[in-house]
Structures are given as structure tokens and as C-alpha cells.
Design a protein around this ligand. Structure first.
Ligand code: GDP
Ligand code: MN
Length: 385
């Protein structure tokens, strides 16, 4: 569960990390009010669950109320890589001497928390990791011991932080580790972690992902999830009890069971296609559930073709066929479907589909054949191919 910058900063502040004071708003008027209150210059920041806001024009400095108004009205409603800006965070602008990078995450292969630090902050950290890996310090933490002040200082020194801020950076790293651990975060990242001209170390940005399965331990964090900034289709899927993850491609994928859906994604990618979603209708899906799933897939406009890959076990293929037929009579999809039904009651399922003679529905017998077909159909629809 990803948090917006300002929500991440609230968690930071709770654990003693320095952040600028500000407020989240959703209208231009409120933005100007907050700017007047925190004092100019202010920074007006788009709150969306995607990085690179600065480059996209979603982070602007304002010296007075007129500029704050102008930036707020430009940024509200702006589309940043497919995310519409509905919320702004306004904070008092900081003077920046240096921009560092810091993060904590779980390194699954080492089975240990990993702290990363770099003096090359503010920029795309993947680029630093690729071009100058020696400038990205990676330090594993003993999960039983936690991150000691000594280890944090060592990380700051190894990374080349300025001498006079080693202590400040170490404090920030220890606090960030504390955020990650005690809030059950999967990622806690600050980019940039700045040093001000008066040598204060401060988090200027926040990227925090919480472990949704641990939310029950944090009732105070529960409200962070029902943000209206969540993808509306993902939110609807959650309400309907369907596993749905939006991806960037143009091929809608529906399967039953997470394992099958993941292999379907792989096979589609191998055939040269780009999945638009991950949709797992789950075991034992009945006709109603399948109908819901079809409607969820089609709610995403970028879908150019749909691959239905069902391996019947508890799920009966005849039920799936009935759901698909019901969906077609209700929703009348305009994009082609490739359907592969295999397993429990597959013969009956295929018979029902053949009988219904749905427009633009293509049968496939194997997963590979289905993948190739759907990629070709998406390309023919002017997709990404
Ligand atoms: P991102 O582009 O989504 O990562 O958004 P950030 O919050 O990291 O902001 C992008 C950039 O805007 C930062 O790297 C800074 O250079 C700049 N920026 C953000 N806040 C301030 C501020 O308070 N003062 C100044 N001078 N620059 C800022
Ligand atoms: Mn950033």
C-alpha cells in the first residue's frame, strides 16, 4: 500500500525525522490560505502515487500568494503519468545546500533489512545505481540488533556525507529505520534528504509503502488506504473481492489463481505483448464473479484485447462460460477476447461458448496459442503490440 508524500511525511514526523510544516489541500483557495500561513517562499507539490513529479511540472516554488495561486491552479487536475492530481501539499520552502538519498527496505535474498545511502540525491537513484554503483552505499542490518547509531554513522561516512552532518545523517537513518520497522513498511525512502545552508538534515520528499497485511496492527494507519488517489478500478476490485493490479500495457488478463495469472503474464510478455492488468478471479468463481471481472477489465480504456485463461479445478469451466455470456449480453465489449478453457467441465464450457456464438470471441487450446492470438489481436487494434 503506497502512501502519498504528505502521508509518508506524517509517519516520518511521528518518528522524529525532520520535515517542513505544511498542509494538504484540494482547492486553489485552500492552497493560498496554507501558503499564507506557512510563510513564503512555499513549495506547491502534486500528491500522486508516482515518482518524477518534479520533472513533470508537479513541484513548483512560489514566492508570493499570486504565484502560489497560479501553481496550485496549474497543478490541480494535472495528469502525471496517468495519475490525476486531486491533492496538493503546500509546505514552507527549504534552502538546499546538498541533496542526499536514503532508503530502507527488506533485502529478501539476504533475509535482512537493507539501508541505502548516497550523496547523489535528488535525481533518479536507479541511474546512480547503474552508472556509479560505488556512490550508492548498501548496508545490511542485523534484524535482531536493529540499526545502531554507530552503523548509521559509518554508512554516512562511507557514503561521503559532509563531516559536519555525519551526526545529522546518522540520526535521519536511525529514524528512517524506525519508521520502516515499527510501521511495518516495505519501503521507506527519502529523495532528497537535504542539508540546508545552516546544516540541518531534513526529508524533502517521502516515499513509503506499508505492508497491507500488517495493517491490522496499525489501526491509526488504516485511514491512509482509503485515499481517493488510489486507482479507482483497483479500489472497486478491492470492494468486490477480486485481486486486480493495474499494469501499463494494453492486454487485459483474467485467470483463476495467482499462479496461473502470473504465468499468463509471462507467456504474453514472451509473445511480445504488454499486460494491462493482473486480474485473479480466484478459485471457485461463479458466473456472477466472472461477469464482475470482465467489467473490471473493460473499465480500463487502454485494454485493446483480453485473454481469458481458465484452468478449471474448483472453478467450473461451464460456470465461467456462463459468466462470459452474461457479461457479453450486459456490457457488449468492443474489444476481442481470446478464451482458453481447460479442466473441470471444459467440454461443456466450450460447447456453451460455441452455441452462444459471441462476436469477436476466439477460442484457443493452449496457453501459448492463446497468448500469440491475443498479442496479434491487440496489435491489429492499434495497441502497443
Ligand atoms: P519528485 O520529483 O516526485 O521526486 O519530487 P520531490 O519532492 O523530490 O521534488 C523534486 C525536486 O524539487 C527536489 O529534488 C528539489 O530539487 C525540488 N524541491 C522540492 N522541494 C523544495 C524546496 O523546499 N526548496 C527547493 N529549493 N527545492 C525544492
Ligand atoms: Mn523525490
Amino acid at each position: 500500500m503506497d502512501l502519498l508524500e504528505y502521508q509518508g511525511k506524517q509517519l516520518f514526523a511521528r518518528h522524529g525525522l525532520r520535515v517542513s510544516s505544511g498542509d494538504a489541500v484540494s482547492t486553489v483557495e485552500e492552497a493560498v490560505e496554507v501558503a499564507d500561513r506557512v510563510g513564503y517562499p512555499v513549495v506547491v507539490k502534486a500528491q500522486v502515487l508516482i515518482g518524477g513529479r518534479g520533472k513533470a511540472g508537479g513541484v513548483k516554488l512560489a514566492d508570493d500568494a499570486a504565484q502560489a495561486r497560479e501553481h496550485a491552479s496549474n497543478i490541480l487536475g494535472m495528469d502525471i503519468h496517468g495519475h490525476t492530481v486531486r491533492t496538493l501539499w503546500i509546505e514552507h520552502a527549504s534552502d538546499i545546500a546538498t541533496e542526499y538519498y536514503a532508503s530502507v527496505l527488506l533485502d529478501r535474498s539476504a533475509k535482512k533489512p537493507l539501508v541505502m545511502f548516497s550523496v547523489e540525491g535528488g535525481v533518479d537513484i536507479e541511474e546512480v545505481a547503474e552508472r556509479t554503483p560505488e556512490k550508492l552505499i548498501r548496508s545490511h542490518v542485523d534484524p535482531l540488533e536493529g540499526l545502531s547509531r554507530e552503523q548509521a554513522e559509518q554508512i554516512a561516512r562511507d557514503g561521503g556525507a559532509d563531516d559536519d552532518v555525519i551526526g545529522g545523517v546518522a540520526d535521519a537513518l536511525v529514524a528512517l529505520y524506525e519508521v520502516w520497522l515499527s510501521e511495518d513498511a516495505t519501503l521507506a525512502e527519502i529523495n532528497p534528504l537535504i542539508v540546508t545552508p545552516d546544516r540541518e538534515v531534513k526529508a524533502l520528499d517521502a516515499k513509503v509503502s506499508l505492508d497491507g497485511n500488517a495493517l491490522y496492527r496499525h489501526p491509526e494507519n488504516q485511514s491512509l488506504s482509503d485515499s481517493e488517489n488510489e486507482d479507482p478500478i483497483e479500489r472497486r476490485a478491492k470492494q468486490e473481492g477480486v485481486q486486480y493490479v493495474k499494469l501499463d500495457g494494453d492486454i487485459g488478463i483474467l485467470g483463476n489463481g495467482a499462479g496461473l495469472v502470473m504465468s499468463t503474464l509471462d507467456v504474453v510478455a514472451q509473445a511480445g505483448g504488454a499486460p494491462a492488468n493482473f486480474l485473479d478471479a480466484g478459485g471457485g468463481s461463479d458466473a456472477e464473479k466472472i461477469k464482475q471481472a470482465v467489467s473490471l477489465i473493460l473499465a480500463n480504456d487502454s485494454v485493446k484485447a483480453v485473454l481469458f485463461n481458465i484452468f478449471g479445478g474448483i472453478t467450473r469451466c461451464d460456470e465461467v462460460a456462463k459468466g462470459l455470456i452474461a457479461a457479453f449480453s450486459d456490457i457488449k465489449p468492443t474489444v476481442p477476447f481470446v478464451v482458453r478453457l481447460d479442466g473441470t467441465n471444459d467440454v461443456e464450457g466450450r460447447r456453451l461458448l460455441a452455441e452462444a456464438d459471441l462476436p469477436n470471441v476466439h477460442a484457443a487450446h493452449t496457453m501459448n496459442e492463446a497468448a500469440e492470438k491475443v498479442v496479434a489481436l491487440a496489435a491489429a487494434q492499434g495497441g502497443q503490440g
